[in-house]
Design a protein around this ligand. Sequence first.
Ligand code: 7TS
Length: 415
Amino acid sequence: MIATRDLRTAAIARDFPLLFQPTSRGKRLVYLDSAATSQKPQCVIDALVHYYTHDNANIHRGVYELAQRATDEFERAREKVARFVNAAEPAEIIWTRNTTEAINLVSYSWGLGNLRPGDAILTSQLEHHSNLVPWQLLAAKTGAELRFIEVDEYGVHRLDDLEAKLEGAKLVALSHVSNTLGTIAPLATIVPLAHAAGAKVLVDGAQSAPHFRVDVRDLDLDFFAASGHKMCGPTGIGFLYGKRALLEAMPPFLTGGDMIKSVEYTSTTFNELPWKFEAGTSDVAGAIGLGAAVDYLEAVGMDWVREHERRLTAYALERLATLVPRGLHIYGPQNRDQRSSVVSFNLADIHAHDVASILDTEGICVRAGHHCTMPLMEKMGWPATARASFYLYNSEEDVEALIGGLEKAAGIFKV
Ligand code: 7TS
């Protein structure tokens, strides 16, 4: 008998038209790279088409009805995102291009004004380059010290010396979920300790916002960054959440049109939040598309998404374990509650790129390489890994396709 959950997953998958195009080899497309970018439901595609067909105008400047409509839709999308992460008010949501830009905004705008020699920035050994390189530059510019929470062989944070590492820390910057190993950071433990030590907390939510309910107020985060394209939204749009008091005190990151209240030849009065941080014409369509994505995810239910992914990841780990005798190494936390829907692996000593290429011949999309976490790969001693990442539209059938593809690879390489 087909379970109700499977029927629901099949119905959800049908919302994503791209998944139903045949591959060039006539195989069913099996998309297992949602950690890189998610596919888009028809309603998001429709929202973009609708905007450009009916509502396109520049925002915050036209007095005519069309421009007003574009502005209203743009600001309504901000309200949706604010609700989605439970911000206190929409003005605490700043549109950016992506997570990377949101983190850079904090690094330049908050970091340069608040860090000095003797201060520390604490991050972890798991970070994506987007949540590492900005802090390396900030440390070099301000004389602050960059420190790392270590992770064990499974990629789990080691918190035994956290209090010592927090001494003098002004900022703790962590990914909520590791894009390489799926580790979920123990924020409920770390954030109160960070605050007690006098540090602000920035969370890179690129891999959490799409997959489970994030409540920035419940977690008491100071900053939270995410990308629309990983959460069913369009590329080119992301957001930064910041507590109002912090954002108010920060200078603008980029300057120009729309972020001003008044300008004289030699001075400028900046606009209010959130527009102070949104210089130039924004990605209006992108924001509206992200608003539609948030509507979609909420209609499905973020608790459903998390539960679906938890079951599917458990199923994948169980099925992948059958390939361990053939040399499959599976990485990441052993405790299922500590991991999201990302599974990194290597098959014997076959290079991850070769594994990914063979999977591609079966219509299966996985990422292979360092996943923009080069220091982590170096620490673990892995030249590369292959990575399958699941989302709400994936099913057990997709896992079975992956297992079949890996068996084929093992056969080709005779392992
Ligand atoms: N932080 C994490 C944890 C990420 O996984 C990514 C993207 C980023 C930041 C940057 O996001 P962007 O939208 O600003 O580019 N991660 C991946 C990945 O794992 N494969 O491709 C992109």
